[in-house]
Design a protein around this ligand. Structure first.
Ligand SMILES: [Zn+2]
Ligand SMILES: [Zn+2]
Length: 387
């Protein structure tokens, strides 16, 4: 095993692979020699990111256990870079990369994990100004060799029916992407998940159609901690719940003064101390800016005070944008009016010119195309001029 590590450090073709455990957060090391090995070989070395001193990579860190690797400056350098990049990721980004073989840069790994519809920031490609996707819109187009079928699933004793595409040959299709569902449970679905080709399609479907699911998933990753002011909203709710009203108020004023400063939000939380009254799921790229119908990557936890701040800022931004647009429109209309007025003036001048035009038969200006009225006028004018 050590030979491999040594080789790894000398050989540029050696690919270092790192995986981070979802459950323990420990970093596991693998090696894979390019062109020689098809699967990564576990090095049976693992450690927690904080065991590696990322601030001072040149100084040996006594706590870092896998000695053979630590002693090799090249390998250590790669690990330090990995931990630095890993730590700079948002929790949602980290969660997407857990238990997967990784190589630097992690930004590329995130791109590889993009869904077909969304980019790596979770935004629908092309953007959307809709908050959620309607159930009618979410499924991909049904292939020509398939039909919609009502499928029953039992929630306890309650039966619920769902529409699912089935091929004419009796193969169920994924409720989101319309690819074949190959799992055993697909033909006799027991759970809603069984209507999808894989867990990713199921998650995307739920995230985009259910605000409750989106909030639940966000809570699992960010644990109700405000990403702006870092207030632990979950803990706050837990702490005030058993208290009497007045004590609750006092507690919030002391522990979360920013929130307490907003009297109506404070009262709502004090009267009904639930997480829904303490933190909100906020779109990082606002819905009106195309951040709708997104995945979790575009969502963040904000305490109600920070959320109110962000919402007010958005409102002001939209108001000023509307005012600017209105001004621009007014300017455009004014310009149009000036052009029209000028045109009208020119037309009137031309009319007066033609009224004054003396149509002398045989002259260079004589025209037979002038209509009879005009020519009569012309004759009249010539008579007037003659008299
Ligand atoms: Zn699918
Ligand atoms: Zn906050």
């Amino acid at each position: 095993m050590y030979v491999k590590v040594e080789e790894l450090c000398r050989c540029a073709h050696m690919v270092r692979i790192i995986a981070v455990s979802k459950y323990t957060g420990r970093i596991h090391l693998y090696s894979c020699i390019h062109g020689m090995e098809t699967r990564p070989t576990p090095l049976f070395k693992n450690f927690r990111p904080e065991e590696l001193d990322t601030k001072n990579p040149s100084v040996d860190d006594k706590k870092f256990s896998p000695k053979s690797i630590k002693d090799n400056s090249k390998y250590r350098h790669a690990l330090v870079s990995f931990v630095k990049e890993w730590n700079s990721l948002r929790p949602i980004e980290q969660s997407k990369l857990f238990n997967k073989p990784l190589q630097l840069p992690l930004a590329v790994e995130l791109c590889l994990n993009e869904s077909q519809n969304h980019d790596k920031n979770g935004l629908l490609k092309g953007g959307s100004k809709k908050r959620g996707t309607s159930l009618d819109d979410i499924s991909y187009l049904l292939p020509s060799n398939a039909v919609w079928k009502n499928v029953s699933i039992f929630h306890g004793k309650k039966e619920r029916q769902y529409l699912q595409g089935w091929t004419l040959t009796g193969q169920p299709l994924c409720k989101l992407c319309q690819k074949n569902c190959t799992k055993k449970s697909a033909t006799e679905p027991e759970f809603f998940e069984d209507l999808f080709c894989d867990l990713e399609c199921y998650e995307e479907y739920r995230l985009r159609t259910s605000n409750r699911y989106l909030r639940k998933e966000l809570a699992q990753i960010e644990h109700g901690i405000c990403t702006n002011c870092h207030l632990d909203c979950r803990k706050l709710v837990k702490n005030i719940k058993p208290l009497l009203l007045e004590k609750r108020r006092e507690f919030v004023i002391k522990e979360a003064p920013k929130l307490a400063a907003r009297k109506n939000l404070l009262e709502k939380l004090v009267i009904d101390p639930t997480e829904g009254n303490a933190w909100h799921a906020d779109h990082i790229v606002a819905v009106y800016r195309g951040g709708g119908e997104c995945r979790l990557e575009n969502m963040r936890t904000l305490c109600i005070a920070c959320h109110a701040e962000v919402t007010a800022a958005h409102r002001a931004e939209r108001r000023s944008e509307r005012a600017k647009a209105k001004k621009q429109l007014n300017r455009l209309l004014a310009n149009l009016k000036t052009v029209q007025d000028k045109q009208k003036d020119r037309d009137e001048c031309r009319m007066i010119d033609s009224e004054l035009l003396v149509n002398v038969p045989g002259s260079a200006y004589h025209t037979t195309n002038i209509n009879s009225d005009r020519s009569e006028e012309g004759d009249k004018a010539s008579e007037d001029a003659g008299s």
